[in-house]
Design a protein around this ligand. Structure first.
Ligand SMILES: *[C@@H]1O[C@H](CO)[C@@H](O)[C@H](O)[C@H]1NC(C)=O
Ligand SMILES: *[C@@H]1O[C@H](CO)[C@@H](O)[C@H](O)[C@H]1NC(C)=O
Ligand SMILES: *[C@@H]1O[C@H](CO)[C@@H](O)[C@H](O)[C@H]1NC(C)=O
Ligand SMILES: *[C@@H]1O[C@H](CO)[C@@H](O)[C@H](O)[C@H]1NC(C)=O
Length: 940
């Protein structure tokens, strides 16, 4: 849509609800008036006067308002300023923006200007200079065509209650005092000092619904907050539309009530916490709702009498402070956010809603909803929305059937989809990335953008002021450096209530084509299979013919020893390359079909694959998680389990003195996470034994795509490196360092001693999981101390190492490598000094360390994320703003990791990608070229 005139884009209409409210108010006044009149007459007869309570008018009013539905006041859209306006905030004109408004089902884009004043959107379209004369101290921003969206709304967050850095005094997510606690309020634990607020704002998040955790069936009331700092510095000041029930003193009867929010949870969590079962949890729900229903019935009977003037023996209004919130649920005045995953649980809750007649605003996590859309439609009242992660799945039974195609399948079935963070489970700074992934797997552009803006705003009941860019709406606005669905989209500026949030944002330059939504691949068949196979579609690859010709290859990169090299790269139409692969080896390649004439091959045994301009590049390595050690991380029976930490527990004598555990002995193949890693181009897994303590053991390297260990090529290297961790709290860090020193100085015994000898001789890398800069400094000192004694350089690699950037120069000089998390989070005190990257800092940890000659690798934190390594490195390269070439970016998750983790022969596998590259949202993996196994695997 083109330029629109100012002020006439969206004349707000009063909601029907407001009209009902108005007539209700009239009824109240009438009833009270008649009461007063009745009161005086009976008085004069001096007979039944004692039966009319002195507060009769108040009671009648209360009864009349009992079922009024929440919503904004009728004149809300005529407000001249926001109730959240911060006096002194200058008006702002954002000129020449590409504005995604959220209107017209998310299909409207306005090219023009946006005027913000007094906390509100005052104009959208073209603003002429004369109308600006009224605005003093106007700040004008030249957007230069940049994309602008409403602020991101996170429907599921624990910001402030599960604070960063985590401290014991700040764990306010769950109460463990009972299964049904509707009287609790997340606001009572809302920490105003959570480090994450400003980080989430820097990712464009302006509003978050802060939910209690999921330990209980009914965990308590949630509160929706805006994330900017307030002048009051209080928790309450952050709340958007505080419900009138919040401080019993202030109920304005002339206004409709405001929405309240409440958390419910079913399934594994309540069962686990309360040593119960699903049966116990649903019974707890029914008992709670029955209590509320009885109170509601008493209230309704009471009010029927009061409104009929039958005051005889009526007494006090039946009320319970503990149950009033749940009674309000039955009155349709509370949005229920229900953590609920599996069909069995969804079914139980749908029955519950029909038994007690209340509706669910959204099922959250809800990994099986895409398998049972019709069940959801049977819920009482409004069909629940579904709030999802994009690819975070399989971490427990409930999540095992989770699908990346759930968002598109659900919307195709007419359900509303919201992408959510469950912050800090996923750092909500990157909530937009959830929408980007949903888009990559097939959610249409309009719905993907709506899934983190207008849809959650509507589900929360705040779509009269947030989630869209409309006249009179809150001035919560994000100016982006690229199309918001492009990989790595980063805010250039974020406004909350019209207040600019980023002080001196670093804005890099994005490639021009990032100003459009990515042209995502076709996943129709995969999406159908997800449903056809009840959430568990087959994932194994299929061997191609011996001779494979890849046509229309846009770029070719290969590995040479520990480096990645470009063979050719072309984006020119008509000048795309060909790559011939014979038994898994490239035998010919060139930038024109003529380079490898087809006539020389036997067509019977030949398979041609059109890459449509895509790329062939080195396969990636997944390191950092428990990949290959379990099928379901949270299920002990599917899991190799944890090693015994010799610093904390007595190691059983049967293991012998100085035992050391090898991950290779616990490997499991064909796990869904490993197969998905393979299908996403991460063909090597490097995994250390799982440990919660100091000594983990020896890592191994394996092929992620093979069915079992005895298949040739399944194990790439039995032992790659020795892994320890330093920094957990007990026994002391200094005790952990003492243990390490003693082992490095040759004090160990048995096998442990001999592997430490390999470390000291520089034959085996020592990989240390560590976060704090102080501990890192100690490790560097220890390294020098041991080297001074032995005269050989130790190969030391740090993992996690959020604070390593503080010692970048020293680490470079000491020759210590670092494997960083692609997106650091100050989750603990020891890891709190992160280098956040753009827009908060020019450098990311990766770029700063690389500049200091540190070998840098990129880790995954959880195994499901192995499929996303390709995007993580693409994103890291984008953040580096031109300082990382494509080979550099690929190196981060391939050769650099292989070097840092002690892999002696880098895996020469290559990944063939259709349409785009491995590093973007346009490419789709088509095959794996394996010189080691002498074949090409097709990813179908
Ligand atoms: C808006 O910005 C774009 C991109 O920088 C530019 O090409 C265009 O000329 C600008 N339009 C106006 C009216 O300034
Ligand atoms: C009670 O809530 C109302 C409405 O949110 C607010 O205006 C008022 O200031 C609050 N009072 C106190 C004492 O917090
Ligand atoms: C491979 O790289 C390693 C480390 O950079 C080097 O020591 C080795 O000589 C190289 N091998 C070959 C064959 O180039
Ligand atoms: C990194 O290495 C290069 C090449 O050896 C050298 O010129 C440069 O000074 C080094 N940088 C730092 C910060 O040590």
């Amino acid at each position: 849509m083109d330029k629109l005139p100012v002020y006439c884009t969206d004349a707000p209409r009063p909601k029907p609800q407001s009209r009902i409210f108005k007539s209700l108010l009239a009824a109240v006044l009438l009833a009270v008036a008649s009461l007063v009149w009745v009161g005086t007459t009976v008085d004069s007869q001096d007979k039944i006067s004692s039966k009319v309570p002195i507060n009769a008018a108040e009671i009648v009013q209360h009864c009349q308002l009992l079922d009024v539905q929440p919503g904004p006041p009728q004149d809300f859209h005529h407000r001249s300023h926001s109730d959240r306006f911060v006096p002194g905030t200058p008006p702002t004109l954002i000129k020449n923006a590409t504005i995604w408004t959220g209107r017209e089902s998310g299909n409207e884009v306005v090219n023009g200007d946006l005027l913000l004043d007094r906390g509100l959107v005052k104009a959208i379209g073209s603003v002429d200079d004369t109308s600006l004369l009224d605005y003093h101290n106007l700040v004008t921003i030249e957007a230069g065509g940049a994309w602008v969206t409403p602020g991101i709304v996170d429907i599921h967050s624990h910001l402030g209650v599960d604070s960063a850095p985590a401290l014991r005094g700040a764990a306010d997510t769950n109460s463990y005092k009972g299964l049904v606690l509707p009287w609790l309020r997340s606001l009572d634990g809302l920490n105003t000092h959570d480090e994450a607020y400003k980080l989430s704002v820097s990712g464009g998040v302006t509003t978050a619904n802060v939910l209690p955790g999921s330990a209980d069936a009914i965990g308590g009331q949630a509160f929706t907050i805006k994330l900017r700092p307030t002048t009051e510095r209080s928790s309450s000041a952050m709340v958007l539309e505080p419900p009138y029930s919040l401080n019993g003193t202030h109920v304005d009867p002339s206004l409709p009530p405001r929405w309240r929010q409440m958390k419910h949870a079913c399934g594994e969590n309540p069962s686990r916490i309360y040593s119960g079962t699903r049966m116990d949890t649903i019974w707890a729900f029914r008992q709670g709702y029955d209590t509320a229903r009885q109170i509601k019935q008493k209230q309704d009977e009471y009010c029927a009498k009061a409104l009929a003037g039958q005051w005889d023996g009526l007494g006090a209004f039946p009320e319970s402070l503990q149950w009033e919130a749940l009674v309000d649920v039955l009155r349709g005045r509370v949005k229920i956010h229900n953590h609920c995953y599996e069909a069995v649980d969804l079914d139980g809750i749908v029955r519950l809603t029909n038994e007690f007649k209340f509706s669910i605003a959204a099922f959250h996590h809800a990994h099986e909803t895409y398998l049972v859309p019709d069940l959801l439609k049977k819920a009482y009242g409004t069909t629940p929305a579904v709030a999802l992660f994009a690819t975070n799945a399989r971490y427990k039974r409930e999540a095992y059937r989770g699908s990346e195609f759930a968002p598109r399948i659900l919307t195709n079935n007419g359900l509303r989809v919201v992408m959510k963070s469950d912050h800090p489970v996923l750092n909500s700074r990157f909530l937009l990335n959830e929408a980007q992934q949903a888009h990559y797997y097939g959610l249409p552009t309009n719905l993907a953008l709506a899934s983190v803006t207008s849809t959650p705003a509507a589900v929360l009941g705040y779509d009269h002021r947030i989630g869209s860019i409309k006249l009179g709406y809150d001035a919560d606005i994000v100016v982006w450096d690229s199309h918001p669905l492009a990989l790595g989209a980063t805010p250039k500026q974020v406004y909350i209530d019209g207040v600019a949030q980023l002080k001196a944002p670093y804005v890099g330059k994005k490639p021009t084509y990032f100003q459009q939504a990515p042209k995502t691949p076709d996943f129709d068949r995969e999406s159908e299979d997800a449903v056809k196979y009840d959430g568990l579609p087959p994932l194994s690859p299929k061997k191609a013919k011996n001779l494979v010709i890849f046509n229309n290859v846009g770029s070719l990169y290969v590995k040479h020893n520990y480096s990645v090299e470009e063979i050719f790269s072309s984006n020119e139409v008509g000048k795309l390359g060909v790559v011939v692969v014979d038994n898994g080896r490239i035998t010919c390649s060139g930038l024109s079909p003529a380079a490898c004439p087809l006539t020389q091959y036997d067509s019977a045994n030949l398979q041609e694959i059109d890459l449509e301009g895509g790329s062939i590049s080195p396969a990636l390595v997944s390191f950092g998680s428990h990949l290959g050690l379990n099928h379901i991380d949270g299920e002990a029976s599917t899991n190799d389990g944890n090693v015994i930490d010799p610093l904390k527990s007595q190691v059983p004598g049967i293991l012998g003195q100085g035992s050391i555990i090898r991950a290779v002995d616990g490997l499991q193949f064909s796990t869904r996470d490993a197969l998905l890693a393979y299908r996403s181009g991460a063909t090597t897994g490097v995994t250390a034994p799982s440990s919660h303590g100091f000594l983990a053991g020896l890592s191994t390297a394996f092929n992620t795509g093979l069915p079992h260990k005895l298949v040739e090529g399944a194990i790439l290297q039995d032992v790659t490196a020795l892994h320890v961790a330093v920094g957990f709290s007990s026994p002391s860090v200094s005790t952990q360092i003492a243990a390490l020193r003693s082992l490095l100085l040759g004090q160990g015994v048995g096998e442990l001693a001999s592997y430490f000898k390999d470390v000291v001789k520089g034959r085996l890398p020592l990989v240390v999981k560590v976060e704090s800069a102080d501990i890192i400094a100690t490790l560097v000192g220890l390294k020098k101390e041991v080297e001074a004694q032995n005269g050989v350089a130790i190969r030391m690699t740090l993992v996690g190492a959020n604070e390593a950037h503080l010692l970048a120069r020293e680490l470079g000089e000491a020759g210590v490598g670092v494997i960083v998390s692609p997106r650091p989070f100050p989750g603990s005190w020891k890891s709190r000094r992160i280098l956040p990257g753009p827009p908060l800092s020019e450098d990311s940890a990766a770029t700063l360390l690389l500049r200091n000659n540190v070998t840098v690798g990129i880790a995954v934190e959880e195994q499901w994320a192995s499929r996303n390594i390709r995007f993580d490195i693409g994103w890291t390269a984008l953040e580096a703003d031109g300082k990382l070439s494509t080979p550099d970016a690929i190196s981060l998750a391939s050769v650099n990791l292989e070097q840092l983790l002690g892999i002696k022969t880098p895996n020469p596998d290559l990944v063939a990608v259709k349409q785009g590259s491995l590093l973007d949202f346009e490419g789709k993996v088509a095959g794996i070229i394996s010189p080691l196994r002498g074949l090409v695997d097709l990813i179908l």
